[in-house]
Design a protein around this ligand. Structure first.
Ligand SMILES: [Zn+2]
Length: 120
């Protein structure tokens, strides 16, 4: 990845442009505190954990919610990326994802699973 360009992308990505459904709002609110080491790890790639591209949630259950996959955009060449397991979470290249609308070279990673409190 290109950490500098990825950081820039996330810095310029306005929170107001992100999905505002309850599942995503819960994710933005809870994920950093619940997964602080993962947050630091993603920040090392330039990725802001609070600005996912796409979340794929299950239904909330007894005050908790599992996201079976969460996708993030990374600017740079996918050939530089290797799948890895960090802090109980698997990070890999997404096989499929919505259109990204980004001109420069980029790819989409998927992290799975993420379990959070249902706090919305
Ligand atoms: Zn959403």
């Amino acid at each position: 990845m290109n950490k500098f360009k990825t950081e820039n992308y996330y810095r310029e990505l306005n929170k107001d442009s992100l999905c505002s459904c309850d599942y995503c709002r819960n994710y933005y609110k809870e994920v950093k505190a619940a997964y602080s080491e993962l947050s630091d790890h993603l920040a090392g790639m330039g990725v802001d954990i609070e600005k996912p591209f796409e979340t794929i949630p299950l239904e909330p259950y007894e005050g908790n919610i599992e996201y079976i996959a969460v996708q993030y955009i990374v600017i740079g060449n996918a050939a530089d990326f290797k799948s890895e397991d960090v802090y109980g979470v698997h990070i890999s290249i997404a096989d499929s994802h919505p259109m990204t609308d980004i001109d420069e070279e980029h790819y989409v990673i998927v992290i799975t699973p993420i379990r959070l409190k249902w706090a919305v």
